[in-house]
Design a binder for this molecule. Structure first.
Ligand SMILES: [Mg+2]
Length: 414
């Protein structure tokens, strides 16, 4: 029987603001864009009582909560705390799958001998997060991912809901079908038309009818409703390399055409490295030509990195060395060569064991920018931030050589 934890920090951005400024505690705090067209990133529970929600226009939030405290986000600070919290998670299991800055799955099946029963582990993690950072995290414990996630949500804030082994179906039974993954508004209506409103009703419904009505999704939903969710927890740090590659819609000729794509790939790889708390010292460029011949160029860095700008500088040199002479159909950027047993960045300094070596000011700035980038991408998806962030990061080198697609365009060679 597996033991899965879902851990979700409560009202994360807003809680950090209340943590850092005690004057804000107990008050409705709303973090988000403060301009006329801004949206809410996070609302404290005090603000939620007035009906303020994430992704709501700030204008609407101000109407609902006129005495709210409206603050712009401080992503570098959120990134710092997120890394500290994930460092705590990794003390209990190497199987940590981050979903965003404030949410993760842990597989603690094999941690029991050392740390006790899953509910006990969840309690210890919650205590350590509170003592180490001052933040509260809600925990769900179950034998599958879906039930663990539902459980953590039911207990919010500062909750701990453990579904005993073998009782997952009974736990799910009374809940509305909209709680199931993959059941949106449209499917919910269609299920209602069949007389199904609870997960238990779905679990008892004849599978054949569901498959006739919904195809393979019908079988999948029914399996989930019975607590049958075998998806594993996939830890990022288990990877031996982290890469990004793309095939172009049309073959590209020449360095100038390829560099924007390679920059985009470098930034994506760097973000995945940071999510996993990894830094690598081997950077590999892959180029596949239109005739399907392929070449790779590899650089070894003097020190491991998780910075997109730094990865890109080596990739750019590799590309120059490659001597392109034909149209290219695909490029890829990969980082490997991770230090064995490397601690997630930020953890040591925060817990006072060993301070990290003094970072140069430039490095500090880069890390702040990277944390901001990660936070934005975590909330709004890839493509939300690229052009502005890159323009800020390397003004001299990049602006001169690369023309980005107009704002709101979808990245890619422009
Ligand atoms: Mg959260």
């Amino acid at each position: 029987m597996r033991a899965i934890l879902h851990l979700d920090l409560d009202a994360f951005f807003a809680s950090v603001e209340q943590l850092d400024d005690p004057g804000l505690r107990g008050r409705p705090v709303i973090v988000g864009g403060t301009s006329g067209r801004g949206v809410v990133c996070a609302a404290s529970y005090e603000a939620r009582r007035s009906g303020v929600r994430s992704a709501m226009p700030t204008v609407e939030a101000r109407r609902r909560c006129p005495d709210g405290v409206f603050l712009p986000p401080r992503f570098e600070r959120y990134g710092e705390l997120s890394r500290a919290v994930f460092g705590i998670y990794r003390r209990y299991t190497p199987l940590v799958e981050p979903l965003s800055l404030d949410e993760a799955f842990l597989d603690v099946t094999r941690s029991r001998a050392l740390h006790g029963e899953p509910g006990h582990i969840a309690r210890k993690v919650k205590d350590e997060v509170r003592d180490g950072t001052g933040l509260t995290v809600s925990a769900g414990v179950a034998d599958c991912k879906m039930a663990a996630k539902i459980a953590s949500d039911l207990g919010k804030p500062d909750g701990l809901v453990a579904v005993p082994p073998g009782t997952t179906a009974a736990f799910l039974e009374p809940l509305p079908v909209s709680r199931l993954w993959g059941v949106g508004k449209v499917t919910e209506q269609a299920l209602r038309a069949l007389g199904i409103t609870t997960i238990g009703q779905l679990a008892r419904f004849p599978e054949q009818v569901l498959v006739e009505r919904f195809g393979s999704q019908g079988a999948h939903m029914r399996a989930l409703s019975r607590g049958d969710d075998p998806r594993p927890v996939v830890p990022d740090e288990e990877a031996h390399s982290v890469g990004a590659e793309d095939t172009f819609e049309r073959d590209q000729l020449g360095e100038a055409a390829l560099l924007p794509q390679l920059l985009d790939q470098s930034v994506r790889v760097a973000r995945r490295l940071r999510e996993a708390g990894l830094r690598g010292r081997v950077v590999t460029l892959k180029v596949k030509f239109a005739d399907f011949e392929q070449l790779t160029r590899r650089s070894t860095l003097p020190r491991p990195t998780d910075d997109g700008g730094e990865i890109y500088r080596y990739i750019r040199e590799d590309l120059a060395r490659a001597g392109l002479d034909r149209p290219v159909r695909l490029t890829g950027v990969t980082v490997s060569g991770f230090d064995a047993g490397e601690a997630p960045k930020g953890q040591l300094g925060l817990f006072g064991a060993t301070p990290e070596p003094a970072a140069s000011e430039g490095q500090g700035k880069r890390e702040a920018l990277n944390a901001a980038l990660d936070a934005l991408v975590g909330r709004f998806g890839e493509g939300a931030v690229k052009p502005a962030t890159l323009a800020e990061r390397e003004p001299e080198t990049l602006r001169a050589r690369i023309r980005w697609p107009t704002r709101g365009g979808k990245g890619g060679p422009g």
